[in-house]
Design a protein. Sequence first.
Length: 158
Amino acid sequence: MKADPKAEAAPPKSSKKKMMVIVLMAVLVLGLGGGAAWFFTQGKSDTKEVKKAEKPEFAVLEPFTVNLLSEGTDQYLQIGMTLQVSSLEQADLIKVNNARVRNRILLLLSAKKASELATPEGKSLLAKELIAVVNQPFADKEKPQEVRDVLFTSFIIQ
């Protein structure tokens, strides 16, 4: 007996369905992966643009020389610093009120002992205290300043 040539040539129907399901799944996975990649890269680009737009502003202060609290001998602190502020307007406000800013800082510095300022921790604490005193409003019912950081440019204890 001879086999029917048409029956041998026709592929099984379940094989076509499996292939179609595999192709559809592959397209779906690739589409989801591409969509996820686009979403995550768009979020990162926006973050970078915002950070680039936020240019830091600084207010440079003239150096200070103060007597420190006595620990048996006379000691002096000579310190230079720059204030990082939130905006150019804040830098201008610090400059306009320079006498008030310097007075506040001098009062804080002259109440310190050399031993308090000699360690990195002491300098870090001093920076936080300087931010707090400079951020106090210059007049009643005014907004506080927006000093974000104190950067020491020189720090000499004698």
